[in-house]
Design a protein around this ligand. Structure first.
Ligand code: NAD
Ligand code: UGA
Length: 456
């Protein structure tokens, strides 16, 4: 029997994930719902609500055929036999666990909606990243009514990274499915595995207990973020010792046990998830009385904060200990290249720290300027937004690269330099430019994890 699929939450995960599912399973009807009408409208328009390379093509291939976006959540639930829950699970900002625990209000409201509208037995799939043992709470809510409808709760965390979401979804390292060790639980696991089996090789579809699956998602993000904080911690030592962090990363990455990926030093990790998921892990550890374990993971976040403060400190020091009234162009505001997403972007904190120093900050980004305006709205006219990087740099004392957009590598640097005030400073927060060449052009170059190249 071919089953109707629903996804609640049309965000960075729900939209692309369901578009890929619809593409690979043309005989399934896939509906994505959201309470945000503007977002749904955008999914139905020529301008999708998120920028993700290759996403337009996938959506255009399926939308109106077997992929639908709507705000009619109740109807969607009533029609569906498999429901993915992909709502946001941000860090709690109030009450118990504020600043650390996951805010589960959106997720719980979704559970109650499912309970209210479901008309037949349903598989409910946790796609959102959730604290371990959330599935048990979900199951309890779903079975709390009078209805005879039965629900099977699975954990199926998403591992896509923004900017490469379509490639990650088409060719995932693994698909993880956690289910209850009961006949109905295992039947539901098999059904979800069959769905993914349409395009993912069987050996890459892992099945585990629900708790292992939930924890694996938090653990994967924590381990990835930890690698970034590890190399960033070493970048500080490189600057103190005249070692070069790129050379160190290359040397250690050639050890097959360590591997070369995720060792790029920079201004720190951003994105909607690393920060919140580690804090969520920290909170979980504390809840279970594992103080030392909590402190270990908290340090990954502290190093990330330190790296941003350190970067700004280095800028101020290089520019004669004052940036007051100096024009500083921040090139790149997205938390990484190939996305317009600025959630938890290091650029937000760096911009604010520079404004605190009374710098005249100009923000530029090829995709993220609209989000940047929202993020820094409270700073009013103390920040200027300028889409053109050359206009942003004109008259500036310094340019600081905060996102490694490939178009920035191809900038006309002599033109940039020519329009700047002297001495001209270039700060490479992603260590991705050709520093020697920039120095030869006349820039004073300071990059993360490298010895500064100064004409002064
Ligand atoms: P998002 O904020 O982009 O999207 C979530 C959507 O859910 C929003 O559009 C919101 O309006 C909607 N929503 C909230 N409550 C709802 C309700 N009751 N009914 C219907 N819609 C509702 O979030 P996201 O980035 O897509 O992340 C979703 C989850 O996936 C999070 O738990 C996140 O940790 C996880 N995740 C995200 C990524 C990523 O790259 N962004 C990757 C893997 C996992
Ligand atoms: C990350 C994970 O990679 C995904 O597997 C996961 O699904 C997702 O979080 C999530 O749960 O939301 P994402 O945040 O989209 O994906 O992007 P990453 O490529 O992981 O980069 C995260 C941050 O780390 C970026 O700010 C990036 O610039 C930074 N980073 C990454 C470095 O500074 N150095 C590196 O070597 C790698």
């Amino acid at each position: 029997m071919k089953r109707n699929i629903l996804c609640i939450g049309a965000g960075y995960v729900g939209g692309p994930t369901m578009a890929m599912l619809a593409l690979k399973c043309p005989d399934r009807r896939v509906t994505v719902v959201d309470i945000n009408a503007a977002r749904i409208q955008a999914w139905n328009s020529g301008t999708l609500p998120i920028y993700e390379p290759g996403l337009d093509e996938v959506v255009n291939a399926c939308r109106g055929r077997n992929l639908f976006f709507t705000t009619d959540i109740g109807h969607g639930i009533a029609e569906a036999e498999i429901i993915f829950v992909s709502v946001n699970t941000p860090t709690k900002t109030f009450g118990q666990g504020a600043g650390c625990a996951a805010d589960l209000q959106y997720w719980e409201k979704t559970a109650r909606l499912i309970l209210q509208h479901a008309t037949s037995d349903t598989i409910v799939v946790e796609k959102s990243t959730l604290p371990v043992r959330t599935a048990a709470a979900l199951s309890r809510i779903l079975h709390s009514g009078e209805s005879a409808v039965r629900f099977e709760v699975l954990s199926n965390p998403e591992f896509l990274a923004e900017g490469t979401a379509i490639a990650d979804l088409a060719n995932p390292d693994r698909v993880l499915i956690g289910g209850a060790d009961t006949p109905s639980g295992q039947a539901a696991v098999a059904e979800l595995a069959e769905l993914y089996g349409a395009w993912v090789p069987r050996e890459r579809i892992l099945t585990t207990s629900v708790w292992s699956s939930e924890l694996s998602k938090l653990a994967a993000n924590a381990m990835l973020a930890q690698r970034v904080s590890s190399i960033n911690a070493l970048s500080a030592l490189c600057e103190a010792t005249e070692a070069n962090v790129a050379e160190v990363a290359h040397a250690i990455g050639m050890d097959a046990r360590i591997g070369p990926k995720f060792l790029r030093a920079g201004v720190g990790f951003g994105g909607s998830c690393f920060h919140k998921d580690i804090l969520n892990l920290v909170y979980l550890c504390e809840t279970y009385g594992l103080t030392e374990v909590a402190n270990y993971w908290r340090q990954v976040v502290l190093i990330n904060d330190y790296q941003q403060a350190r970067f700004v400190g280095g800028m101020v020091r290089a520019m004669f200990n004052t940036v007051a009234d100096k024009r500083i162009a921040l090139l790149g505001f997205a938390f990484k290249a190939d996305t317009g997403d600025t959630r938890e972007s290091p650029a937000i904190r760096i911009a604010r720290l520079l404004v605190d120093e009374h710098a005249r900050v100009v923000v530029s980004d090829p995709r993220a300027l609209a989000n940047a305006r929202t993020d820094l709205a409270d700073l009013g006219d103390r920040v200027i937004f300028e889409p053109d990087p050359y206009a942003a740099a004109a008259g500036a004392d310094a340019v600081a690269f905060l996102t490694d957009w490939k178009e920035y590598r191809a900038l006309d640097f002599p033109r940039l330099l020519h329009s700047m005030r002297r001495p001209a400073f270039l700060f490479d927060g992603r260590s991705f430019l050709d520093h020697e060449a920039l120095f030869r052009l006349g820039f004073n170059v300071q990059a993360i994890g490298r010895t500064p190249l100064s004409h002064l």
